[in-house]
Design a protein around this ligand. Structure first.
Ligand code: GLU
Length: 309
């Protein structure tokens, strides 16, 4: 890949303010793209409208700007792209891999057997795979997954493989509320924007094989993946969106603390402390970080992020 051919992106969900974890994802994706002379795009993942919090998209954008993380080109808003997702869904339907499912989450939870997938994911037991069960109305659309493993190489984590049938089973591409599922939308959006480098938090590592499977079906090239270490809470547990908000709305004085936050996120990403003080303008810190970026120093394992110098 020629240096200038790299296109990366940051894709926040406006369901809450940026927090230390999403700041790491923003900065990490920026550095991977910019250190290769590439473009860094911004997409607002506001597809899941019931979870979108009014005002958060603006808050995230203003926070990124204050921190000097300026994106290239126009922002893409997922909520305005239903037609494009519908086209991709049609293509999948024409391949014969999509089927209607009449099961509710509660029903699946009752039937699904261990092992369950990651997080709150349930392995779909395939109830409607060969036709809607009697008396059921279609609710969602699912995609049939293969028995073969999907494997790929993550630039930070290393070789990864997953058998979708064991981790999630046939997964939803259009939800019961009519919304397109995140996996379909992200694959379609990244492809259309020419994104060939996906740098994001390791919480999405387990979803990547589903996205790669969709790319293969849709005939879309596979981007290079880099899953960044996750920021945990101080006790090693999951960082909640409410913890450690990095935003104006949360009352943080970003004009004053921006440098300290950027330097803390750089340390977390294994980068040598750039020779600039926390009081330097964010642009100066970022320029030093881009110039000295060492992708190989990014650790695969996360932990708490200290904002103390
Ligand atoms: N919008 C997703 C999130 O905030 C990230 C999606 C992605 O990077 O693919 O968790």
């Amino acid at each position: 890949m020629r240096q200038s051919d790299v296109t990366g992106r940051f894709a926040p969900s406006p369901t809450g303010p940026l927090h230390l974890g999403s700041l790491v994802a923003a900065l990490g994706s920026y550095l991977f793209a910019k250190s290769r002379g590439g473009q860094w795009l911004l997409r607002m993942d506001d597809l899941d409208t019931p979870r979108v919090v009014p005002g958060m998209a603006d808050d995230i954008l203003r926070t990124l700007e204050i921190l000097g993380l300026h994106w290239d080109g126009e922002i893409v808003w997922q909520s305005r792209r239903d037609e494009v997702y519908a086209e991709a869904l049609l293509k999948l339907e024409q391949l014969g891999v999509v089927y209607p499912c009449g099961c509710s989450r509660g029903e699946i939870a009752r039937i699904a057997t261990a092992p369950h997938g990651d997080g709150d994911e349930l392995v779909y037991p395939g109830t409607c795979r060969n036709g809607l069960a009697p008396g059921k109305e279609p609710r969602s659309l699912r995609i049939r997954v293969p028995e073969e493993e999907v494997s790929f190489r993550d630039g930070i984590v290393g070789p990864c493989r997953q058998k979708l049938a064991d981790v999630c089973g046939d997964f939803v591409v259009r939800r019961a509320d009519g919304l397109f599922a995140y996996h379909l939308a992200t694959v379609v959006d990244d492809a259309e924007a020419g994104v060939n480098q996906v740098v994001r938090g390791a919480d999405l590592l387990a979803s990547t094989p589903r996205q790669i499977y969709l790319q293969r079906l849709l005939g879309i090239g596979e981007p290079a993946y880099f899953h960044l270490p996750l920021v945990t809470g101080p006790d090693g547990g999951k960082l909640s969106k409410r913890d450690c908000a990095v935003s104006l709305a949360s009352g943080r004085d970003l004009g004053r603390d921006g440098g300290t936050l950027l330097l803390a996120a750089l340390r977390f990403l294994g980068q040598l402390f750039p020779d600039v003080p926390a009081s330097a303008p964010p642009a100066a810190i970022l320029a030093a970080a881009v110039a000295g970026f060492r992708p190989d120093a990014v650790p695969a394992i996360g932990g708490p992020l200290s904002t103390e110098p």
